[in-house]
Design a protein around this ligand. Structure first.
Ligand SMILES: Nc1nc2c(ncn2[C@@H]2O[C@H](COP(=O)(O)OP(=O)(O)OP(=O)(O)O)[C@@H](O)[C@H]2O)c(=O)[nH]1
Ligand SMILES: [Zn+2]
Length: 193
């Protein structure tokens, strides 16, 4: 997913929030709302900051030579994203595994890669695929598996108003796709409490 073509300053974006408040029948000059347009603009910029991050800068060389060819799994990484249809939160967790091929990635970088794609306007399917592909590109692993489990506020707070459904998406690349045993080892590990 590409970054937006033209970026606005927080102040310019705040003007739009001010208009939105008026459109919603509110008074943006009342005491409680005075700072809100700028705060909301900055919050939205923060929640979409993933557009402006680069994989290279984020990984910052934290790739280490290793002869291990055993599965590396980072599970239960918190996920906060925004759905591109309603701009409402997607909240959940993500499990990322890879089979190293001579290189392992700094542990925190796995979570940073998840955030880089979560902090955009997303649909869960694309986000899952983008995370998997990025882990593959960075590590040159033999295989990558990503499972995301999330709740969509657009389905809970409005619309169909279902409070208990979770969307689960998975992307398997390389060995995880080709070898059922590797895939089921991963699935067993993430299901374990
Ligand atoms: N596949 C997929 N769908 C999503 C995701 N996030 C939101 N949606 C869905 O996007 C769809 C948009 O449908 P529309 O009919 O255009 O919008 P809507 O009238 O607000 O739909 P309702 O939510 O059913 O009220 C809805 O079915 C949402 O549940 C996502 O990450 N993946
Ligand atoms: Zn939505």
């Amino acid at each position: 997913m590409k970054a937006p073509l033209k970026l606005m300053s927080a102040e310019a974006l705040a003007d739009h929030y001010r208009k939105m408040l008026v459109g919603l029948g509110e008074d943006p000059e009342r005491e409680g709302l005075k700072g809100t347009p700028l705060r909301a603009a900055k919050a939205m910029q923060y929640l979409t900051r993933g557009y402006h991050e680069s994989l290279e800068e984020l990984v910052n060389g934290a790739l280490f030579a290793s002869s291990s060819d055993e599965m590396v799994l980072v599970k239960d990484i918190e996920l906060y994203s925004l759905c591109e249809h309603h701009l409402l939160p997607i909240i959940g967790k993500c499990h990322v595994a890879y089979l190293p091929d001579g290189k392992v990635l700094g542990l925190s970088k796995v979570a940073r890669i998840v955030d880089m794609f979560a902090r955009r306007l997303q649909i869960q399917e694309s986000m899952t695929r983008e995370i998997a592909q990025a882990i593959m590109d960075v590590t040159g692993a033999k295989g990558v598996a990503v499972v995301a489990e999330a709740r969509h506020m657009c389905m809970m707070m409005r619309g169909v108003e279902k409070q208990n459904s979770t969307m689960v998406t998975s992307v398997m690349l390389g060995t995880f796709r080709e070898d059922a045993r590797t895939r089921s080892e991963f699935m067993d590990l993430i299901r374990r409490g």
